[in-house]
Structures are given as structure tokens and as C-alpha cells.
Write a new protein. Sequence first.
Length: 579
Amino acid sequence: MTTTDLAVIVPSAFLIMQILEDLKIKAAMLLQAVKIYWKTLFIVIYPLVLLPVFLTNNTSAFRCLYVVLLMAGYWVFEVLPLPVTSLIPMVLFPLMGILDSDKTSLCYLKETNMMFVGGLIIAIAVEHCNLHKRVALYVIKLVGCSPRRLNIGLCSVTMLISMWISNTAAAAMMIPIIEATLLALEEQGIGEMFESSDLEEPQQAEIERDATEDTKRPTRTTMCYFISTAYAASIGGMGCIIGSGTNLTFKGLYETLFPNSPGVEFTKWMILNVPLMLLMMYLGIVWMQFWYMGLFRPNSADAKKIRVGQQGAAVAKKLINHQLEQLGPMSFHEGAIGCCFLLSIVLWFFRKPQFVTGWAELITNHKVKDATAALIVVLIMFICPSKPDFIYIFSKNDRIRPKAPSPALISWKIVQQKMPWGLLFLLGGGFAMAEGSKASGMSHMIAQHLRGFTQLNKYYVMLISGSMGAVLTQFSSNVACANVLLPVLAEMSVDAKIHPMYLMMPAALCCSFAYCLPVSTPPNAIAAAPCNMASGEMSKVGIGMTIISLLVLFLIFPYYGNLIWDLETFPAWAEEQDV
């Protein structure tokens, strides 16, 4: 090789290396841009990718399938706020000739949405006057304050409260109580909230200077308290039909797709789901105490760490008593809200109790549903005063005679601040999607394609569909998951001549089994943040919790549910529906 050849080759190699280096930098920049703007890219590209769904077969059914797949993708990846995605049917259904604007908009304010509004206003009133906190503290005091009993008490309170208020609110209320209790125990030298290192003192001091709160590792006992409370919020929401958006989604879709059905009655729901809720919760507590607290393993390190003796229980009890003292005696406001809450339960339970004539049937022959009962109580709360000073209106004592009317038990300003209005659109979007699939014929088309699957024994169909819901809900919104899954199961049930409740209710409940990741449901995130619980640790205990919940549901529902709804018989009203 001559000198001239080398003179040509060396600059060429250098130039190639320079080009490769530039390409590497540009690729890194492109990757960084994708990381930053992936949601925007998904919003633009995903609808274009789906276009062949209906362009190759431009019928109403395939156009509806396009909209359903579009919403499902946006819901799963949360590229837009969930309520905003829920408004897509209002835009695309009329424009694509699936359902006109009037019919689509009616789906966004059904009776189920009004029941949701009424139930949430009652829950907001309970939360506003701190009645829920007083009840929680008294129950914990009653159960006991040893580590295992305290864990049972916290879970029980969270579960019972979550039956009536949102899962997120229940978890948000209980987590600070747990945190304060654990910190008070730690201050007394009883137990630790975070793990301490075995390093020498100078090394430990150096690490602590560099460490932040986010690097602290919670003890196993701490994780048990926090994550079990989050699970209790999710499980408690299943016990009452107003306890979870997933329950209301099921109720709304069931009654939309099968308008001639008896509907989902408040009383029957509780008769079935309260026993399931209790079994799942207390078997789950056994599992979590076995995993974290050494239950049935008396010689394990976990069991030894929670042996705090009577001193620890006394400190915890003292803290609970102190918090009760800070609340002071029960006010008229709390008592009145408590009475309204009890009245709502009585009205729901005795609207149509089956064993006696319901109050609604005594008043009118028209169909009265649970939303009416909820809104009766809401009206009472906006009318009744929060202070009984009106009784002194004719008093001669000028100091106690009222100068202005007392505010009502709840104000619209408070409702506006605390009402999750977005969930109304999320529910409505699911109902619109179900109505569109029915009107376009997409339901019939899917049923035809799933005919082979429905040839299986109905128990296996229920097991597979429920398990699918439990898996999907770990990665997406519970309500969004139910909105996608339940209309398909309604179609399958009609095609296979299975009672719709047999497939739809277990799947709806499975959509609440969001135990494995902090992003699965808000209570998990609320619990994981203050104790710095790792996602991997939550996944380990969450998988066990999911298995327990699925076993309880699949072993009991087919038999116990049949006693309530006669699930063995395919009802005439379902056969008449063109789902």
C-alpha cells in the first residue's frame, strides 16, 4: 500500500467515524424526544394505525369497533385524561354515523350517574364533618392496639368506610392515622418505621447525610400496615354498590344493555357481596400477617420484631385517645350527618327488600330506583341547619339569639371542591360505548366471532373472563377496564344463553382486584408513597392477594349468586334483548 493510498483511507475512516458519532448523537436525541413526547405521538399515530379496521369494511359495526379500540388504547396508556377520552363518543359517534348526538348525550346522565352523585355528596358530607375519623378511631380503640390487632382494626375500619365513600378518600383518611401511630411508637423506642443499617456509627452518619427520605427502606411491619390498608379500601368498595366506580359502571352497563331486566338492586348486591368482601379481607389479612408479621412462624425474625408487649399497645392506645380528645365531643353537625347517612341506608335497603313491600311501591306504581333514595337524603342535608341555634330565635337572651341563619349540613361550595366530576364522564363514556355497540350491530358481530369460546362450560368462561379482568386492571383504570370488558361479556352471555349476571358481575368485581402495582389504583399509590414501598415488594404480596380474592369469588359466587338471582336459568328478558 502506497503513501497516497494511506492518505486517502485515513481521512475516509475518520469521516465515517464522525458520521457514525453524529448518527449516535441524533439517535440519542430522537430517543429522548420520544420519551418526552410519546403521549402526543401515540395520540396522533394510534388512530391512523387503526384506520384499516373500518376502511377495509366500512359498516357501522366496524366503525364502532374503531371507536371502541381507540378509546381502549387511550384509556390503557392514559395519554389523555380518562374523562376526556370518555367524551370521544360525543364527537365520533355522530360524525361516523353510529349514533346521533341526542342519543349519545343521553348516555352521559343515566340513573346510575345520578346515584353516583347522590352517594358521593352524602360521603362528602360525612368526610367534611370528620364523622368518619371519629368512627375510625373508636373502632381501632375497641379492637385493640397490639401490632396484629391494630392491623386488623385499621383494615376493618378502612373496609367499612370504603363501602360508603370512595376508595381513594378512605385510604387518604387512614394513611395519616397509621403514620402518626407508627411515629409515636418509634419515639417511645417501640418498633421502627424504617430499617436501620448495621454499619458502624461514623459510616452510618455519613450515609444519613447523603440520604434523602426517598432512599429509606420501610420495615416489613410498616409495609404490612400501609399496604393492607390500601387493599382494605379496594375490597371495601366491593361491598356496597355505591362504594366503587367499577360497581356503578357494572350497574349502568347491565341496565343499559338489558333495559327489561330487574336491574341491580342495592339490597341484593349487599346480600351477595358483603360476605365475599369479609372473606377476602380477613383471609387477606392472614396472608399479609403471615408474609410480613410472622403469623404461624413464631420463631421467625418478623414475629420477633412485633413483640412490643403491653408497653407498645399502651402507647398506641394513648395516641388514639389523644386524637379523640382533639376531636372533642360529637357536635350537632356530626350527629345530624350520621342520621342522614343511616337514613340513606334504610331507604336503599327498604326500597325493594323482597320480603316486605318496599316504601317506593307504597307510594307509586312508577319505577323508583336507588338514585331517588340518595337524592332525598341530599335534599335533606341542604335544608337542615348545621347548628340548632334556631331553637333560641325567641330567646330573651340577646347573646344566644341567632343573628343570621345557620349554614346547611353541606354547602354547594364544598361539593364543587370535592366531587370528582371527571368520573361522571368516565361512567357516561362507558354507557355511550355500550349503547353505540348495540345500535351499530357491533355486539352481534363480536358474539359471532366468540361463538367457539362460548362452547366451553360456563364456569370456565366466567373463570377466564374474570381472570382477564384481574390482570388488565393492574395496568389500567378499574373503571376503564370494566367499560371495555363488560359489554363484550354481555354479548357473549346472550349468544351462549348464559345469565348475563353470571359473567358480568364476577368480571366487574375482578376489575377491583388492583393489588400489584402503585399505579394500579389510587389507594396503592397513597399507601406506597409515605413508606417508600418498592413496586417489586408490592407485586409479591399483591399476587398472593389477587389469588385469594379470585379463589373466594370463583368458589362462592356460582353457588351463592345462584340463590339470589337464579343464575342457572337464561332469563326471558335477556332473550328478548338485541344486545
